[in-house]
Ligand binder design. Structure first.
Ligand code: SF4
Ligand code: SF4
Ligand code: SF4
Length: 224
């Protein structure tokens, strides 16, 4: 089944836009391969992808792209209206292919050649300063990236690289938290041991005082 998912994935445009209802192109490819979903749920791929999927899977393309998912969108790229940008970094976090550069509290920019046109950066922007525009070099009705093209492969590779980086960062974060917890645990242990030592020392002092009080007075030592 993985081999079929690979072949389906190879026909998808790799915008990673989630319009199909799956978290990425690969997840949609798997769902199509296992028969869990229809072949007409990729608006960025348009008719070209639909026909290619129909040919590969032997399923019907007659229904066309599911209109509920919105229409086919030819190649577009995001652009940030830079003077309005407040540098919140929310768009960077949303971009599936690391196509945005910027730093906290500084202006952000989209690198057009890296942008898949997925539009995932638009909803999180608190000041609504991201727009979509036709991608450079596109012609009317042309899907960008064209399914199965080198550009699609490039976007897939960038998406995978980002996913791997995020997974690595998350693992490092968990490891850091674990180390912190361990260190805090060791510290708690040291404090608890110290407290117990102090409590034992205090008790020893009290016991000695009590013993001194209970001891009978020495004979012949005092005057009347
Ligand atoms: S490009 Fe198509 S398959 Fe990939 S996430 Fe978008 S809708 Fe889904
Ligand atoms: S810049 Fe925006 S539209 Fe372009 S790939 Fe990143 S999230 Fe998608
Ligand atoms: S989300 Fe909007 S305001 Fe925030 S950094 Fe991106 S473009 Fe700038």
């Amino acid at each position: 089944m993985n081999a079929l998912a690979d072949r389906i994935d190879a026909l998808l445009p790799q915008t990673q836009c989630r319009r199909c209802g799956y978290p990425d192109c690969r997840a949609y490819a798997k769902a199509v391969a296992t028969g869990k979903t229809d072949i007409n749920r990729c608006p960025p791929g348009g008719e070209e992808t639909l026909q290619a999927l129909a040919k590969l899977t032997g399923r019907s393309a007659a229904a066309g792209i599911d209109p509920v998912l919105g229409g086919f969108t030819p190649g577009r790229a995001a652009v940030i209206i830079e003077p309005l940008c407040i540098g919140c970094t929310k768009c960077i976090q949303a971009c599936p292919v690391d196509a945005i550069v910027g730093a906290p509290k500084q202006m952000h920019t989209v690198i057009e050649a890296l942008c898949t046109g997925c539009e995932l950066c638009i909803p999180p922007c608190p000041v609504d300063c991201i727009r979509m525009q036709p991608a450079r070099g596109t012609t009317e009705g042309m899907a960008i990236p064209a399914p199965g093209s080198q550009q699609a492969d490039f976007f897939r590779a960038r998406y995978r690289a980002r996913s791997a980086r995020l997974a690595r960062e998350q693992a490092e974060h968990h490891a850091h938290l674990h180390r912190k917890e361990m260190a805090a645990g060791v510290q708690d242990e040291v404090i608890a041991r110290r407290k117990a030592e102090i409590a034992a020392a205090v008790e020893r002092v009290w016991r000695k005082r009590l013993q001194r009080k209970q001891r009978p007075p020495e004979r012949g030592g005092g005057s009347r």
